[in-house]
Design a protein around this ligand. Sequence first.
Ligand code: AP5
Length: 217
Amino acid sequence: MNLILLGPPGAGKGTQAKMLIRKFGLPQISTGDILRAAVKEGTPMGIKAREFMDAGSLVPDSVVVGIVEERLAFSDCHRGYILDGFPRTVAQAESLSATLLSKGSDIDHVLALTVDKEELLLRITGRRTCKVCGVGYHTLYDPPTESGTCRACGGELYQRDDDREETMRRRLEVYDLQTSPLVNYYAERNLLRTVDGMGDMSEIQQKLVTIIESKQG
Ligand code: AP5
């Protein structure tokens, strides 16, 4: 099963992907995570990507498409995968379709999470991640320990650089301009299901699972 999670920054794509990988035993492919790892390692691609990420802009299609093509060739993708944060432009979507077609494969589901803008801002500003084990928290909705450390490993938490207010607002604009056209793109191909991403994380998860299982059955 090949699944795309679509939605603006803070919609809960990463949160839901992590729950879905446990349920369906598929890998999560997050282009944001791959790019952040490259930035941290200081690779040439990471150094280049950082300029765009710090500005809240999209990394060029050619770079991101290459990353995803390489990742899809890994053996853990043979049974399928959950794409989180890719595609992000119509050009990326077309390139993905062409790659899958050449392998006799296709996208099975595109699940778009919708969340009010005010809630997106609240979610992004409250997001914290453990420096050691990478577990994600939210200062209000899913708080860490009282001393502000990771509940799983006690590690120190950090806030993503691009979660600062000015960059975050730019990311939301970029979503509206460059990524939201994918909603129509996939609707026209009868692949899109829209899911209300407001409310309890487990209830949202159940809605996603119900859609996936109804199509599989
Ligand atoms: P990326 O890392 O993909 O960021 P994003 O799409 O902006 O998504 P986020 O990670 O901000 O949000 P999310 O929807 O995953 O929300 P989450 O589950 O964490 O991309 C970062 C940058 O990399 C881009 O700006 C770009 O520069 C570059 N990039 C990446 N992919 C690219 C591509 N394909 N092309 C070009 N450039 C690319 O949730 C957010 C918070 O809310 C968390 O704290 C969580 O605990 C909380 N939360 C989640 N669900 C709920 C809920 N139901 N109720 C309450 N709180 C909730």
